[in-house]
Design a protein around this ligand. Sequence first.
Ligand SMILES: [Mg+2]
Length: 393
Amino acid sequence: MCTLSLKRALYNGQVKILEVHAYGLRGKTPEGGWANELQPDDCVHTLISIRTEAGIGWGSVFTSEDLVNASLNILRPLLIGENSLEPERVSEKLHQHTFWLGRGGAVTHTISGIDLALWDLLGKACGQPVGRLLGGRYRERVRPYASLLMRDPNQMADVLLPVKAQGFRAFKIGWGPFGRRGSFAIDEAIVAEARKAIGEDSLLMVDAGASDAYWPGDFKWALRTAEMLLDYDVFWFEEALHPDALEDFIALRRAAKVTIAGGEVLTRRQSFAPYLERGAFDIVQPDVTKCGGLSEQRRIAWMAREHGVRFIPHGWNTCVGLASDLQIASAFADTDLVEYLTGSPFIDDLCAEPWQLDADGMLPIPDKPGLGVEINLDRLAEFSGRSTKGLGS
Ligand SMILES: [Mg+2]
């Protein structure tokens, strides 16, 4: 399918973009814990393919296929014919020329997927993993933390023990009843049962999920809960407050002894700046499939470092997003955890090679060129309802 050899392409310094397509994932969409719960046929994650003269790159977008296609109708004329070997410049061009259209929303989300595909293409062209192109690999493997929805206290062992048996040694529990029943006793019992199930030697994180619709918690709830979490040696407390509550986040981080994490719904580095400059988080979690892709996430991550904030990536909802998280985790010295939703077909089945934890419960970071994953095209056809013929090269 390639009309240009990679050798020739690198000699020219240019590989033209020919086509861009969206593949909405549906049929097996996992529960999200949302107030308006996701159904299997809902589409909230969309893969993007970019075909060039010398091969195909893949990206992932946290947005429905309809919104991605609408955004692509605007972005396509800016993208086709561009040089796929220059992800940061091309993504910035897309941001600049769509300033008045969907900025920070579906258009920015879609540019995120395009940017990921461009980094994938650059890595493939150079024969190097993206993490090396981002500056170098600090590590060859990373600790994945299993991301699991909270249930009633007496169900938490059933949620956690099968995952611990798979080899995971770090767990994040969140959403569900937590903070939503108006009972501190229930909240504490959920965390207590979870700690009891996983034992003292595993990491435990708690995610309130305050970006959910009509989140009822307030600052006092967050502060009191943060104190409770210390008793269970909780490693971090995520989205404890509504994502826009900047002043409350600043106050909570100062008052709480537990580590405060957040930022997964923010887009564009400009939105992160006040949270980082003013000390709203101990850990920032930009989502590469929303925030503007790797080009933007890398800048947010460096900004975080300059402000003493640890960077943990959040892009794990598809195999392409997880692959991107692993690559950027390889390129930052203190980014040694990556989120992983166990049992999601969009993460586990969309890859040609399954993710495999090693004996220590660590996930190897692919060292193949690009993002380092090959898409299972049969499964993509099944989940997207689109033909994937001709995407094999
Ligand atoms: Mg979260």
